[in-house]
Design a protein around this ligand. Structure first.
Ligand code: NDP
Length: 314
């Protein structure tokens, strides 16, 4: 049987690294699985952003990947053992818990799940090429860079309307591109959108290409009307995807309680339905989804794990 660890953390975004910093400083000698690029996004969603200007402590802003490197270094400095592997299976049916990664088994008294969520994307090559260069999935993070510019928001749910409304604080014009002729969003959100003079809605439409990867910036979008098939081009300076998020909980299905959308259910801070398994960050939060709130919840999970281990030894 492999050594029994105190705490294994799965995921390397702000939540996972913060949990690691706290667990390491509590002398728990945590293990943290950073994941491989193919299984998600090591470092989390901030690896896909450029400037982060809303993380406290960086008045001049910081690049997303650089911020995550700082988190990583801080976790390593206090003795977190970092492993670049994807966890491929978990067994929470008995304690200590068992995890499989890279063909090996690991056992631990506690597990902190911080695998995050991934924004859904349309899947266009031009969209991928321009992520962080005018294509974003987070208006709160990147809206500020579009002062007096024209932007598109793709999606028809509450997030799309929330993002569009937020963007009108900066942008001169926001066009919401909806693939059907109705919104999925709640009535109250729709009323807010229709009352906002800076927002226009383009129905039955989708984006088929974003211009212009060659210039490394967004200059416009090729739109297709899904009813008529007509193709047109629209100039814009930024494009915000708001077509939902998917929590990274595939390996936890049937192993831990998830909500209808697949997010890990937590109560009293970071506690899941299994004693000794904790969750933090976007994997359990579809509402706030900010680096700072994820980091805060990572701290909570580490403190909860520490308390759990103490109570076991009492
Ligand atoms: P939703 O799943 O509610 O909406 C996703 C939207 O994106 C839908 O309009 C969907 O279209 C559209 N869409 C999906 N895939 C594509 C695609 N490939 N191309 C074009 N459009 C696409 O996700 P949200 O992120 O908006 O919301 C998630 C949850 O969070 C919801 O429960 C929501 O109510 C909640 N929320 C609440 C807020 C609030 O109350 N203030 C704010 C933000 C979110 P279609 O309708 O045709 O499927």
């Amino acid at each position: 049987m492999p050594d029994v660890k105190n705490t294994i953390i799965i995921g390397s975004g702000p939540a996972g690294f913060t949990a690691a910093i706290y667990a390491a400083r509590a002398n728990l000698k945590p293990f943290l699985f950073e994941g491989l690029a193919k299984g998600g996004q090591p470092g989390g969603q901030l690896m896909l952003t450029t400037d982060v200007e809303n993380y406290p402590g960086f008045p001049e802003g910081i690049q997303g990947p650089e911020l995550m490197e700082q988190f990583r270094k801080q976790a390593a400095r206090f003795g977190t053992e970092l492993l670049r592997e994807d966890v491929t299976n978990v067994d929470f049916t008995k304690r200590p818990f068992k995890l499989s990664a890279g063909g090996q088994d690991y056992v631990s008294k506690t597990v902190i799940i911080s695998t995050g969520a991934s924004a859904n994307w349309l899947g266009l090559p031009s969209e991928k090429a321009l992520q962080g260069f005018g294509v974003s999935a987070c208006a709160t993070c990147d809206g500020f860079f579009f002062k007096n510019k024209e932007v598109l928001v793709i999606g028809g749910g509450d997030s799309a309307i929330e993002e569009a409304t937020f963007l009108t604080k900066f942008a001169s014009k926001v066009t919401v591109v909806v693939r059907r002729d109705v919104f999925r969003a709640s009535k109250i959100m729709q009323d807010r959108l229709f009352a906002n003079k800076k927002i226009e809605t383009l129905w039955d439409s989708t984006i088929v290409e974003i211009k212009d990867p060659a210039q490394r910036k967004v200059t416009g979008a090729v739109l297709k009307n899904l009813k008529t098939g007509a193709v047109s081009e629209k100039k814009c300076d930024g494009i915000f995807m708001a077509i939902g998020h998917t929590p990274n909980t595939e390996i936890f299905k049937g192993k831990i309680e998830l909500d209808a959308k697949g997010y890990v259910k937590v109560h009293d801070g970071s506690l899941t339905n299994i004693a000794g398994v904790f969750a933090c960050g976007d994997v359990q939060d579809f509402k706030y989804r900010q680096a700072v709130t994820a980091a805060g919840s990572g701290c909570m999970a580490a403190l909860d794990a520490e308390k759990f281990l103490e109570s076991e030894h009492a």
